[in-house]
Each structure stands twice: as structure tokens, then as C-alpha cells.
Design a protein around this ligand. Structure first.
Ligand SMILES: Nc1nc2c(ncn2[C@@H]2O[C@H](COP(=O)(O)OP(=O)(O)OP(=O)(O)O)[C@@H](O)[C@H]2O)c(=O)[nH]1
Ligand SMILES: [Mg+2]
Length: 704
């Protein structure tokens, strides 16, 4: 048997700096943001503590108290209490926000009673100072009975000292600290029996199991039955015991606070953050500013990205030309240039826009403004059966639905959480951006309307459409699903902080990388398959085409060039891809699409951004003109009868389709995992598909 590595878990209230400390200790880049509930899953890394000690460090979701209320808090709860957990910690570091010490100490005291060695790391000392709060660290350490170390993980301060203390505890194997409160006095001696049934480390851990035994997945059925029987016998009243427990804890904490913490000006000092909030949370100005911020986001996606997009586009065009000129004419060259390079180039050009989008969202999160958006929109959200907390998933859904759906774990109310999960994919994610951009470039003129750019306005319109549809669907679901649970919105507003620009930069680069590698892999595979499907066809049909054109060329020798062009178009039409496309054409004709778009719709079910790559490949294979860029190739595309494919009507119809359709395997997979049912993703897939088809049809009929 290999020896288990020494394991340290980071716990504490939300937004206290756990992930920041995790990053300092491990050198990893776990997501940090300035609002409660950034981390919703556990994450493990390795940290070198001293020359002798290398430890596993686990970053956990924040919890206000040990009693779990939401799905993310259960993740932490399980690590703390499940004895058979592979992540069972040898040491807990409780990160306590010094500017909010009393509440943080409550959680510390609960953790201490689990009887796992504890260190308290005091973060936010700088903020406490701004509030004129001074803390006697030595006194606190004495009265709590565990080591207390001030840290500032944002600035990498205090980390060396913290490591020394960890190494010390690891070496001496301390006798565990004393109980903070006496659990047995609270419950009666039956608690020992529970302790035995589930082999808990302490009476307090046993009490936790008693309170939550119905929900804990790791308990055996037999244990559960024995616990239930015992609790019935002693007439266990969960709420009463919990209330008594909290009272006792606060009694002791109050004494500690009196002795160790001095607040110069007991009336809460008005700090800069409060002043900023006077404006940003103003009922009128707050909302106006919010709209301006969002507006700026969309316009900048077009303004700022225009130049770098041109460079990428030209780069790929040059690379294609160069490969075309140095390689001998054979099918490998065709595959490379028209299949893979065309597909990749089609997607790489969107890197600048993706980076700007993620940069913007990171700034919103890092500064603390994201939490204010929740606050400002709570009323709107409530009117459709959601609450302010749903805003976080919805806004991060603009980047990607997968982490957004995971972040819905912080929503305590089950119905609200499910509705949020149901509607989040309607928010336009970054994968739709390439599709929107290319279609907008094709059918919307690049004019100015006053000071605004028309294309930017349409883009914003598409995002808004997705958002409003999310509200409508939420309202319908709210009305369909009855729930008795009352809900309320509780969220701490964090103090404003300057975004850490390094973090913004790293996030932008990381996301661009993920986008290119993830999308790149799928696009590579699909481009190759597509290229093959578009190049080859049933031999008999392909031969028939060849014979036909050989005869025509013999008959009209002067027309060879145009006959060659016609032949490649005809071949594409008779290829496997062409046959499939024609087969589905009747279904998509009412929406204004040709068969190539039909193929792109199908391949987009792997991931939306594949649309552009598919278009690039299809138009390159059947290519006969001189156009180098996909957009130009699409612009000259025609139906058999000579009408252009991309008109205002068909372009808009296609945009609407992409706003609504659920074309993302990863999202469906994550919904299945988060809801633990197939029903939710299936309903989601169907309702979004129906919306997409209907919406696209209506728009096409109106603009035709
Ligand atoms: N001023 C100051 N800011 C800090 C300190 N420690 C962390 N922060 C900032 O506090 C915010 C929250 O940090 P995170 O590390 O994401 O907090 P967390 O505890 O992981 O939060 P959740 O995952 O939401 O529970 C970030 O903006 C950090 O930059 C500190 O000591 N002082
Ligand atoms: Mg975190």
C-alpha cells in the first residue's frame, strides 16, 4: 500500500480568499473572483511546504456555516465529514476574513470541533485596517487555542510563515486542541452511539451526521436506519439543537471579540466602496450605468477586435497560398489546404473577440461589480421565478454555458436552480460569436447609426434576444412547476477591488488556448470527415459526372475553364455530403437555407463554432472562384436557380436559429451531471430546438 500524501484542505466563508491562497501555495491558476461562490467544486494541487514535506492541497467551495444549504456547500461538507473519502484532510486551514471576523469565527469554531488539526489564516487584514479594526493576533491565538497566521494571498504575504506553521504541526503531530463547545452537554450521551455507528472522529461530527443523515450519499442504508431509529427514540429535534449550539458558540465568540478586537469607530465607517455603491446601486443611475457597461462590451467586441482579426485572416490566407504553391498537386495538399487549414483558419480569426469577451467578464468579476449586477437585477429575476443569484450563471453563460451551469450550484432553492440550468444555454455563449460575426458581416451593412455601429447593434440585439427568451422560458417554467419553498435573495456585496491585471491577462490567454485546442480538435476531425464526404461520392454517380463533363469539354473546347468549374460544383453536389445535404433540404428550405447550411447545422451539433469551419471546408472544396476569404466565398454562394443564398432574410433567420438552438454536446453532458437526470437535458434539447426552428421560420417569412 502506498502511503497517503499529507492532505490539507482550505475551508472558510465564501469570498474570503481560499482560492487565492490555493494559487499561492500550489502555483496553479484556480479561478479567483470578487464575489461569493466563485468556487463550486473541489480542486486539488500539490504544494511544497518545506524540504521534508510536500502536501496535497484541496481548494473547496465557501460555506457560511457547517450546515450545508446548497449543492456547492455539500461538496465541502463531504470532504470534512466522510471518513472514507480519499481526500480526507490531515489538516484544515480555515481562511477567516478579518474584516468580518465574528461571523468567520463561528465557522472556525465549528470546524475546530470536528477534531481535525486546524490553523486559522487571517486574510483581508488590509481591509480590516481600512475599517479601523485592529486585531490582537496573539490574543486570538491564545483564546481560540489554535495557531493564527495573518496572510494576504492577493499579495503573496504571510505565506512563508504559514508554511512554517504547517510544517511544525506536521512534525510534532499535536495533541488535538480542546473542544470549543461541549456537544455532549447539548445533546445527551446518545451522541456517542451515533459516533460509533458511523465511526465519526468527534461528537460534533456525529451531530452533523445526525442532522443530515437523510441526505448523505456516503452512508450505508443500514447505518441510516440505525441512526433514524435512535433519533426517534431520543426525540431528536434538529432545529432546537442547532439553535442552542449557535447560541453557545456566539457567547464564547463575543467574549473573544471583546478581548481581541478593537474597532476605533464602532459606527460603520463609510469607506470608498460604500461611496461607489451610492452611485452604482442607485435605483435609476445604477441601472443606466449597467446598460452602458453591457453596451460598451458589445461595441468593443467589434471595435477593438477588428484589427487583430484582419491580421489572423491574412496570416492564414498567406499560409494557404504558400502551402498551395510549394506542395505538389495531390489529394494530401487538397486535404491540408481545403480541409484542415480552411477549417482552422475559419475559427482562429475569432480569437481576438473571444479574448475581449473573457477579459471583460473577468474584469466584471474581479472588481466586485458582478455581485452588484445580481443585486440590481434581483427584482427583474424574481418576477420570472428566478432570483438575483441566477444572474451569475446567466452572465457567465455569455462566455460558456458549461461553467455557468455549474455555478448554479450556489442557488439554494431547487426549483430556481433547475430553472436557471434550463435557461442558461439560451444566453449567447462565445461559441456563437463566430457564427454571429460572420453572418452579420455578410448581411448587415457596416454603417453608423448616429454614434453607434450598425453591426455592433445587431450583435447586441442577438444577445438581448437570447436573454429575453431566457426570461420568458423561466416565467413559463415558473408557472408550470409548482413549488412551496419560499425564496429570498441573500448575497454579500464584496468591497470593490482593482482587478488584478495579470489575472485578466492570464484568463484571456488561457481561454483563447482552450478555445483553439478544444474547438481545434473537433474542427480538425470534422474538417477531415467533411472534406472526405465532400470529395468522394458513390462511384457510379461520380463517374457519371466525370463522363458527362469529359464529353462536354470535347464538344466545346473553348469553354474548358467554366466547364471545370461546373464539374467541381456538380461533383460536390453528388458527393456523400451533397447527398445528405439534399436529403435534409426540404426540412430547411422554409427557413431559407441551402443544403450546405444544412450540413453545417448538423455538424454544429458537436459544437456551434464548427459552423464556420464547415462552411470554410464546403466552400473550399467546391470552390471555383478567386475568393480567398470564407466570407467572400459565402457572399457569392448561389442556389441552383441563381438566387444568392445569403440575403438579409436567410442571414437573420440563421442567426435566430443559432440564438435558440441547443447545439452543444458538452452543455447537455454537464446538465445531465448537475441534475442527475436525463429528463432535464432532453427537455432542454427539444424546447430549444423547437424555438430555433419556429423563430427562424417566422423571421425568414417576414423578411423574405
Ligand atoms: N484586499 C485583499 N483582497 C484579498 C485578500 N485575499 C483575497 N483577496 C481578494 O478577495 C477576492 C476573493 O478571493 P478568492 O480567492 O476567489 O476567494 P474564495 O474564498 O476562493 O471565494 P469562493 O470561491 O467564492 O468561496 C479576490 O478578489 C481576491 O483578490 C486579502 O488578503 N486582501
Ligand atoms: Mg474560491
Amino acid at each position: 500500500m502506498t502511503k497517503r500524501p499529507y492532505t490539507i484542505a482550505l475551508v472558510g466563508n465564501p469570498n474570503s480568499g481560499k482560492s487565492s491562497l490555493f494559487n499561492s501555495l500550489t502555483g496553479l491558476n484556480q479561478k479567483v473572483g470578487n464575489f461569493p461562490g466563485v468556487t463550486v467544486d473541489k480542486k486539488t494541487g500539490v504544494a511544497k511546504i518545506s524540504d521534508q514535506l510536500t502536501a496535497n492541497v484541496i481548494d473547496l467551495p465557501g460555506t457560511y456555516s457547517i450546515y450545508p444549504k446548497s449543492a456547492d456547500e455539500y461538496v465541502t461538507y463531504e470532504v470534512l465529514l466522510n471518513n472514507n473519502n480519499e481526500n480526507k484532510p490531515d489538516l484544515l486551514i480555515v481562511i477567516a476574513d478579518a474584516s468580518n471576523l465574528k461571523r468567520n469565527l463561528l465557522f472556525c469554531s465549528q470546524i475546530m470541533d470536528l477534531k481535525i488539526p486546524v490553523i486559522i489564516a487571517l486574510s483581508m487584514m488590509d481591509i480590516a485596517r481600512k475599517h479601523s479594526i485592529s486585531i490582537d493576533v496573539d490574543g486570538l491565538q491564545r483564546m481560540m487555542g489554535v495557531p493564527v497566521v495573518p496572510i494576504n494571498p492577493r499579495k503573496d504575504k504571510g505565506i512563508t510563515q504559514l508554511k512554517k506553521v504547517i510544517a511544525g504541526i506536521h512534525e510534532v503531530k499535536p495533541t488535538v486542541h480542546a473542544d470549543f463547545i461541549d456537544t455532549e452537554a447539548l445533546t445527551g450521551d446518545w451522541i456517542k452511539e451515533i459516533k460509533e455507528i458511523c465511526q465519526s472522529e468527534s461528537n460534533y461530527a456525529a451531530l452533523q451526521v445526525a442532522c443530515n443523515h437523510k441526505e448523505l450519499p456516503y452512508l450505508h442504508a443500514s447505518q441510516r436506519i440505525r441512526i433514524a431509529a435512535l433519533l426517534g427514540e431520543v426525540k431528536f429535534h434538529k432545529a432546537a439543537v442547532q439553535a442552542a449550539e449557535i447560541m453557545q458558540r456566539y457567547k464564547r465568540i463575543d467574549t473573544i471579540m471583546q478581548q481581541c478586537v478593537v474597532t476605533e469607530n464602532p459606527l460603520k465607517k463609510m469607506i470608498v466602496s460604500d461611496r461607489i455603491d451610492k452611485v452604482l446601486l442607485h435605483p435609476l443611475w445604477g441601472n443606466v450605468i449597467l446598460l452602458c457597461v453591457l453596451f460598451l462590451l458589445f461595441q468593443s467586441i467589434f471595435w477593438l477586435a477588428a484589427y487583430p482579426m484582419d491580421w489572423v485572416e491574412q496570416g492564414f490566407a498567406i499560409a494557404g497560398d504558400w502551402l498551395g504553391s510549394v506542395m505538389p498537386d495531390n489529394f494530401i495538399k487538397d486535404l491540408l489546404v481545403n480541409g484542415i487549414l480552411a477549417g482552422l483558419g475559419g475559427i482562429a480569426i475569432f480569437i481576438p473577440q473571444i479574448m475581449i469577451l473573457f477579459g471583460f467578464i473577468t474584469i466584471l468579476e474581479d472588481s466586485g461589480y458582478m455581485a452588484r449586477i445580481s443585486f440590481l437585477t434581483d427584482r427583474l429575476m424574481r418576477s420570472v421565478g428566478l432570483n438575483g443569484r441566477s444572474v451569475m450563471p446567466l452572465i457567465s453563460g455569455m462566455a460558456c454555458a458549461v461553467p455557468a451551469i455549474m455555478s448554479a450550484r450556489t442557488i439554494q432553492n431547487r426549483k430556481e436552480r433547475y430553472i436557471t440550468i434550463m435557461v442558461t444555454p439560451l444566453m449567447s455563449c462565445s461559441a456563437r460569436l463566430p457564427v454571429y460575426t460572420i453572418l452579420i458581416g455578410l448581411v448587415i451593412p457596416n454603417n453608423s447609426v448616429g454614434i453607434f455601429n450598425m453591426q455592433g447593434l445587431v450583435l447586441m440585439g442577438l444577445y438581448l434576444l437570447g436573454f429575453f427568451m431566457a426570461l420568458v422560458v423561466a416565467k413559463v417554467l415558473d408557472w408550470l412547476v409548482k413549488a412551496t419553498e419560499r425564496t429570498y435573495f441573500l448575497m454579500e456585496l464584496p468591497v470593490y477591488r482593482a482587478p488584478r491585471w495579470k489575472n485578466v491577462g492570464i484568463t484571456m490567454i488561457e481561454k483563447a488556448k482552450v478555445f483553439v485546442t478544444d474547438a481545434g480538435k473537433v474542427i480538425m476531425v470534422i474538417s477531415i470527415i467533411l472534406w472526405a464526404a465532400a470529395t468522394f461520392g458513390p462511384p457510379a454517380r461520380m463517374e457519371a459526372v466525370e463522363t458527362k463533363y469529359a464529353a462536354l469539354r470535347a464538344q466545346y473546347p473553348t469553354q474548358t475553364d467554366s466547364l471545370n468549374n461546373l464539374e467541381s460544383t456538380d461533383k460536390l453536389s453528388n458527393s456523400f455530403a451533397g447527398i445528405l445535404g439534399h436529403a435534409i433540404e426540404p426540412a430547411i428550405r422554409p427557413l431559407g437555407y441551402d443544403w450546405k447550411i444544412g450540413i453545417a447545422l448538423i455538424t454544429s451539433f458537436a459544437a456551434r463554432e464548427v459552423f464556420v469551419g464547415t462552411m470554410a471546408t464546403l466552400y473550399s472544396v467546391g470552390d471555383s472562384g478567386d475568393e480567398v476569404y470564407i466570407r467572400d466565398k459565402m457572399r457569392v454562394a448561389k442556389f441552383e436557380d441563381g438566387r444568392p443564398v445569403y440575403t438579409l432574410a436567410s442571414g437573420l433567420s440563421l442567426m435566430i436559429f443559432y440564438v435558440f438552438a441547443m447545439q452543444c454536446m458538452s452543455t447537455l453532458a454537464i446538465v445531465k451531471r448537475e441534475t442527475n437526470s436525463w429528463k432535464v437535458p432532453i427537455i432542454q434539447f427539444l424546447y430549444m430546438g423547437a424555438l430555433a426552428y419556429l423563430g427562424a421560420w417566422v423571421v425568414f417569412q417576414i423578411f423574405k
